[in-house]
Design a protein around this ligand. Structure first.
Ligand code: MN
Length: 488
């Protein structure tokens, strides 16, 4: 794999994010909007394009689009309308998609995201409502089509070409997902397809102001894949421009749609890019325009819950969490809510955050299930952290208790400690003193170093005593004894 020179070439990236809105019914029909049911059970005459079937707009979907628009500081259009986008595909029985073309419901807006420790702002061009298509399923002998997804409401969020690296793109996409989850308007589950991202990638010589042809990259089912796909497409374009320096750039990299091959880590051409005129957009005659009053928009705005950046500020300013920890929690609403639950009975916010996001999340890494879906209760992690704070157990013992909490999920750590006398911290001087004496006699050099002003030597000695006691000695008593004995 050749290395891309970001000094000479500047990638420019824009994203189109399709988000399935969490509504009870479809965008234009009464059939349920529900994932995972038997094929073709959640359908009706509108979803399957039966003659004479007329669409009726779902207000819940409109309200959720408005809420998102308000959350990103966009203009919610007082007038928007639907259009037909014509194309044939077996998963679209009407032969057209109902979408919004020239008058979308959301205009502009800003999403800020942390990119490798730096806060950046990304501009939204617009967001529009449209209905989803069904799904083709391929079997060995035949293919089938499932229309359960046909007609599910989508909000398509179109960014401006405001991203300049694969990291920008994934940070922005994750920030959009976080907003959606905080607003509770979508699950944004990439594996189930409720969040789908198309990326537009172009590359230009650094310093150029004009944009070159963009290539649409499809087929990415995770943020990691998306970063890799963008990286691969940038590399392909740079390779082509470098190999043909004297030819018309528009011919060297034509506009097209590519898909990412995960095995080869390469982007592969699928088809030349359709243009808007190919879709024969025209106003949808069966639906009236959406007219929204200021009062209506204001009423929805009143229902705005806490947003990711507000929670982030609360975490860093009030709870004094590190920026890194705050952004880890905020980028995963369910985990953040889990942490909040523990916080109700735990005054040690930073320690709790560490135990939740590092210790417990780490123990669930290979379990195919997130911590917040396990039977471990947040209040039990809170209890464990409190025990450390009250010096009832040492950090090392706490790790062993945590292991057992993962093994026997739902068990109170207090009970685990009671049942295992080994887990109770030792405070008695008489029990710890022999260890201290042994360590002092075996590490004369460290004692001298400490006397000469090297604090590190003291920590080393504490560590040795802890090791001898198998982690059970109370560190405070150990420090006290060491200090006393060394200064004697
Ligand atoms: Mn779309």
């Amino acid at each position: 794999m050749s290395h891309i020179s970001y000094e000479e070439w500047e990638p420019v990236i824009g994203l189109e994010i399709h988000v399935q809105l969490k509504t009870r019914s479809k965008l234009f029909a009464r059939s349920p909007n529900r994932f995972g049911d038997e094929p073709n059970t959640n359908i009706d005459v509108i979803d399957t394009g039966q003659p004479g079937a007329l669409p009726v707009l779902n207000q819940e979907a409109v309200d959720k689009a408005i809420l998102f628009g308000c959350a990103i500081g966009a203009e919610v259009a007082p007038f928007s309308k639907f259009d037909r986008k014509s194309y044939f595909y077996p998963d679209s029985p009407r032969n057209f998609q109902i979408t919004q073309f020239d008058k979308p419901i959301i205009i502009g807006g800003t999403v800020s995201a942390d990119v490798e420790g730096k806060s950046k702002e990304f501009q939204i061009e617009h967001a529009h409502l449209e209905d989803d298509a069904g799904m083709l399923k391929h079997f060995t002998e035949f293919a089938g089509v499932d229309y359960n997804r046909a007609g599910v409401p989508l909000l398509e969020i179109v960014s401006t070409p405001c991203m300049f690296s694969p990291k920008d793109a994934s940070a922005y996409a994750m920030a959009v997902r976080a907003i959606m989850q905080f607003l509770d308007v979508s699950d944004c589950n990439m594996e189930e397809g409720s969040l789908r991202i198309d990326t537009n990638v172009s590359v230009r010589p650094r310093g150029d102001q004009t944009l070159r042809n963009k290539v649409e990259v499809k087929n990415m089912n995770s943020f990691t894949n998306m970063e890799m796909a963008i990286e691969a497409e940038i590399r392909r374009q740079v390779r082509l421009y470098t190999a043909h320096p004297h030819e018309d750039p528009a011919k060297v990299v034509p506009s097209q749609t590519v898909r990412f091959d995960l095995e080869k880590k390469e982007t592969i051409s699928m088809r030349s890019k359709e243009e808007a005129k190919d879709y024969r957009y025209f106003p949808e005659p069966d639906l009236p325009p959406i007219i929204l009053t200021k009062e209506y928009i204001e009423k929805i705005k009143q229902e705005m819950p806490e947003l990711p950046h507000e929670r982030y500020t609360r975490y860093t300013k009030e709870l004094k969490l590190s920026e890194y920890n705050a952004s880890i929690l905020v980028s995963d609403k369910a985990l953040s809510d889990y942490f909040e639950e523990g916080l109700k009975t735990c005054p040690h916010a930073s320690a709790l955050c560490n135990w939740v996001t590092v210790e417990f999340v780490g123990r669930f890494k290979d379990r195919g299930m997130p911590l917040y879906q396990s039977a471990i209760e947040p209040k039990h992690i809170a209890k464990l952290v409190n025990f450390i704070g009250e010096k009832k157990i040492t950090g090392r013992i706490a790790k062993e208790v945590a292991d057992m909490m993962v093994q026997v999920q739902g068990k109170d750590p207090e009970l685990i400690i009671q049942e295992n006398p080994n887990f109770q911290a030792v405070h008695e001087t008489s029990a710890i003193e022999p260890f201290v004496d042994q360590v002092l006699s075996e590490n004369a050099q460290s004692v001298e170093d400490f006397k000469a002003g090297k604090d590190k030597a003291f920590n080393f000695l504490v560590g040795q005593v802890m090791k001898l006691s198998k982690g059970k000695a109370s560190p405070d008593v150990v420090k006290e004894l060491l200090t006393k004995k060394i200064s004697n």
